[in-house]
Design a protein around this ligand. Structure first.
Ligand code: ADP
Length: 459
C-alpha cells in the first residue's frame, strides 16, 4: 500500500523531473529558432574581424595569430589550399568536415555551420563541439588562400560558469528533494493524527483532544472532527441517561405493583384497603403501558422526516374532535372551554398531529384548577397556522420552564403519581411539531396558567 506520504513525495519529484524536461525542451526550441541564427550572425562578424585583421597585417604569421585567437577563447580550424588542417584553441570532438564545404570556403564563400546545424530536441547545438558547428570564412593572404573555421570555445569561455551553474542546479534539485520529504511530512502529519483519532472513536472513546492548530483545509477538517466527537460524546451521554431514565421509570411502578400485590395477599384486609391497593396497581400498570407506548412513539419519531405520512385535512375539526372526545375529563374538573377554530386545511401527518394536540389539551386539563378555563385558538396567516392552547392552571415556574420539553422532565414531582405523568408528552409533541418544520413556545406564570403557542406551515 502506498501511503499518502510516498504518493505526495513521488508526485512532487515526478512533477519536478517532468517540468525540468519540458523547460529544457522549450528553451531548446527557443535556441534553435531564435538564438541559433543570432549566434550565427554574431560569430560570422567575429570570423570576419579575425579575417580582416590578418589580411590587413601582412607581417603577421598565421600560426602565431591564430594561436592568439585560440587563447582568447575560440576553437579554430585552418585549412590551406593543399587541404592541410591545423587546429588552434583546442581540438574538436568531431573534426570531420566534407570536402565540398572546405572547397567552397577556399573559393570565397562563407560557411554558416551554426545556422545550418540540425535541430535536435534533446541536444542544444550551442554546446556541440563539432567542426560542422562553426562559421567558415575564406582568408586571402598574398598568394595564400585559406579556409578558416571558427566557433567559441565553450569550455574556455564558460568553464567556471558552467561549473557554477551545475552546482546551483544540482543543489537546487537536491535541496528541493530534501524539502519535499520534510514538507510532505508536515502536510501528512495531521492526517495521520486524524486517522488515529477515528480509530479511537471506533472503539467508542469520544474524549479526544486533537493537537492540530492549522487554519487551512486540514485545520478545518480537524475542527469539524473535534465538533463531531463532542456531539458524539453528547449523544452517547444522552443515550446512557435515557436508558437509565427509562429503567428508572419502569422500576418505580414495578416496585409499587410488587409491594401492593404482596399487601393484597394478606388475609386481614378490609374491603376498602383491597379496593385502594388494586386501584393503585391498576393506575401503575396504566402508567407503565402509557410509558411504553410513548417510548415507542419517540423511537419512531427519531427516525426523522421519512416517517411522516402527510395528507390534507381540516386541523380545526381535528382539535374540536379531541376536545369533544375528552369531554368527560374536563367536565369532571368543571372546566370551561373557549374555542375559536375557523376551518383550516393543513397538509400534515394526521395521526401524529392528533397525538401532539391531545398531549397539549390533556395537559391543560390535567394541570388546570377546579372550575378553570381552557381557550383554544387557531389563526392562519401567510401560510402559517398558529394554534394557541391556554389554561388557567397551576402554571410552570421560571426554573422549570426551560426544561419542560426534555424527556422525562416533570416539574411537579408530587403530582406525578396522582396525574399519571411520564414527562414524555411534551418531548413527543415538540418532536412532532419540529418534524413538520414548525415551532412550539410556552409562556407560563406559576399559579396563573400556561399558554402553548404552536406555529406550523400550512402546506
Ligand atoms: P407529563 O404530562 O406526562 O408529565 P409532559 O411532557 O406533557 O409530561 O409535561 C412535562 C411537565 O411539564 C409536566 O410534568 C408538568 O410539570 C409541566 N406541564 C406541561 N404542561 C403543563 C401545563 N399546561 N400547565 C402546567 N404545567 C405543565
Amino acid at each position: 500500500m502506498k501511503t499518502l506520504y510516498v504518493r505526495i513525495v513521488m508526485t512532487t519529484i515526478f512533477v519536478m523531473i517532468f517540468s525540468g524536461l519540458v523547460s529544457f525542451l522549450i528553451s531548446n526550441i527557443y535556441y534553435h529558432y531564435k538564438l541559433k541564427p543570432y549566434n550565427d550572425q554574431k560569430l560570422t562578424r567575429m570570423a570576419n574581424e579575425v579575417k580582416s585583421f590578418y589580411e590587413k597585417n601582412p607581417s603577421l604569421t598565421i600560426q602565431d595569430y591564430l594561436e592568439n585567437v585560440g587563447d582568447l577563447g575560440y576553437q579554430v580550424l585552418l585549412v590551406d589550399e593543399n587541404e592541410k588542417q591545423t587546429f588552434y584553441g583546442g581540438s574538436f570532438k568531431k573534426s570531420q568536415l566534407d570536402r565540398t564545404t572546405i572547397e567552397s570556403v577556399l573559393y570565397g564563400k562563407v560557411y554558416h555551420g551554426i545556422a545550418k546545424y540540425p535541430t535536435n530536441w534533446f541536444v542544444t547545438g550551442f554546446f556541440d563541439n563539432s567542426v560542422i558547428n562553426t562559421i567558415g570564412v575564406p582568408i586571402n593572404h598574398g598568394k595564400n588562400h585559406y579556409a578558416l573555421f571558427l566557433r567559441p570555445n565553450v569550455e574556455l569561455q564558460f568553464g567556471e560558469l558552467r561549473i557554477l551553474f551545475s552546482i546551483i542546479l544540482g543543489l537546487t534539485i537536491l535541496l528541493s528533494i530534501v524539502m519535499v520529504f520534510i514538507s510532505t511530512r508536515y502536510i501528512v502529519k495531521p492526517i495521520v493524527k486524524l486517522t488515529e483519532a477515528t480509530k479511537i472513536i471506533a472503539e467508542g472513546k469520544y474524549k479526544i483532544r486533537l493537537q492540530i492548530k492549522r487554519k487551512d483545509e486540514i485545520g478545518k477538517l480537524a475542527n469539524h472532527f473535534t465538533k463531531m466527537t463532542k456531539k458524539l460524546d453528547q449523544i452517547e451521554q444522552m443515550r446512557q441517561e435515557f436508558v437509565s431514565n427509562v429503567s428508572h421509570e419502569f422500576q418505580s411502578p414495578l416496585t409499587s405493583i410488587q409491594g401492593f400485590s404482596q399487601s393484597l395477599q394478606a388475609d386481614d384486609l378490609t374491603d376498602e384497603q383491597r379496593k385502594t391497593f388494586s386501584s393503585i396497581i391498576e393506575k401503575e400498570s396504566k402508567r407503565m403501558s402509557l410509558l411504553s407506548k410513548q417510548l415507542l412513539v419517540l423511537a419512531s419519531l427519531d427516525k426523522e422526516e421519512e416517517i411522516l405520512q402527510k395528507t390534507e385535512y381540516d386541523v380545526a375539526e381535528q382539535i374540536k374532535q379531541i376536545i369533544v372526545t375528552n369531554e368527560w375529563s374536563w367536565r369532571t374538573k368543571n372546566l370551561a372551554i373557549e374555542m375559536e377554530l375557523a376551518p383550516t386545511n393543513i397538509f400534515a401527518d394526521k395521526n401524529l398531529l392528533h397525538q401532539a394536540w391531545t398531549n397539549l389539551i390533556m395537559n391543560s386539563i390535567k394541570f388546570n384548577k377546579e372550575g378553570g378555563l381552557i381557550s383554544v385558538r387557531l389563526s392562519n396567516e401567510h401560510d402559517m397556522v398558529t394554534i394557541e392552547i391556554k389554561d388557567t392552571g397551576i402554571g410552570i415556574s421560571e426554573n422549570d420552564l426551560p426544561y419542560i420539553f426534555n424527556r422525562f422532565y416533570i416539574a411537579d414531582k408530587a403530582r406525578m403519581r396522582k396525574e399519571s405523568s411520564t414527562g414524555l408528552g411534551l418531548a413527543i409533541t415538540k418532536q412532532i411539531i419540529e418534524l413538520h418544520n414548525g415551532e412550539i413556545h410556552v409562556e407560563s406564570k406559576l399559579n396563573e396558567g400556561s399558554l402553548f403557542l404552536i406555529k406550523i406551515p400550512q402546506m
